[in-house]
Write a protein that binds this ligand. Structure first.
Ligand code: AMP
Length: 220
């Protein structure tokens, strides 16, 4: 199973992608996580990506496409792409690469949420500086404030989760990423999923959409 997860920042792509990967035994490829790991380990790619990420802008397509292409080659036959593609040019590049490999996508799932709800979710988001575990102070009460329940590391806000940067990321989503919804619906691959509600409720909707997509795939 090869799927793409689309949606604005705050829609819960990371959470749902992790759950799908666990449930279906597929790889989770998250471009934002790969960039952040590169920033943390001080690579050249990390230094380049950071200038764009901190401003809420997209890392250039050529850099991102090359990075994902490598990740896909290393992945098994199944994966969920979280945060890629983010532009129609990236979508085209992915299509071409997968067609050449003879391993097309099963579908593209778009998580939908309005901008105000996204900003509210993100304002509560914290990440463990040590193990990267995500938290949300709005939803899940922490056992001890400001500290990771699992490893005791400090909980910090991502630099690009500051409200002004989030507003810019949402603009970039509407401008550059939303056209991908049409791109995938033209190919019969798009399913839109309401991202409001609990993580479990959204997962149920996502799994139902995937089952529906795979039954369409078997019929065609
Ligand atoms: P995310 O963790 O998915 O919210 O991504 C964080 C940041 O990484 C984005 O705001 C972009 O700056 C960068 N990024 C992640 N994925 C992509 C992509 N597919 N294309 C360009 N930039 C990306």
């Amino acid at each position: 199973m090869r799927i793409v997860l689309l949606g604005p920042p705050g829609a819960g792509k990371g959470t749902q992608a992790k759950r799908l990967a666990r449930r279906f035994g597929i790889d989770h490829i998250a471009t934002g996580d790969i960039f952040r790991r590169n920033v943390q380990s001080g690579t050249e790619l990390g230094a380049l990506a950071k200038t764009y990420m901190d401003a809420g802008e997209l890392v250039p397509d050529d850099v991102t496409v090359a990075m994902v292409s490598e990740a896909i080659k290393e992945a098994g036959r199944g994966y969920v792409l979280d945060g890629f593609p983010r532009t129609v040019a990236q979508g085209r590049a992915l299509d071409e690469e997968l067609a050449a490999m003879g391993r097309p996508l099963a579908g593209a799932l778009a998580l939908t949420i309005d901008d105000d709800a996204a900003v509210k979710r993100i304002s509560g988001r914290r990440t463990c500086a040590r193990c990267q575990r995500p938290y949300n102070v709005e939803f899940g009460p922490l056992r001890s404030a400001g500290v990771c329940d699992v490893c005791g590391g400090d909980l910090v806000q991502r630099p690009d989760d500051a409200e002004d940067v989030v507003r810019r990321r949402l603009e970039v989503y509407h401008q550059s990423t939303e056209p991908l919804l049409r791109f995938y619906s033209d190919r019969g691959l798009l399913r839109e999923i309401d991202a409001a509600g609990t993580e479990d409720e959204v997962t149920e909707r996502v799994v139902a959409a995937l089952e529906e997509l795979s039954s369409v795939g078997e019929r065609s």
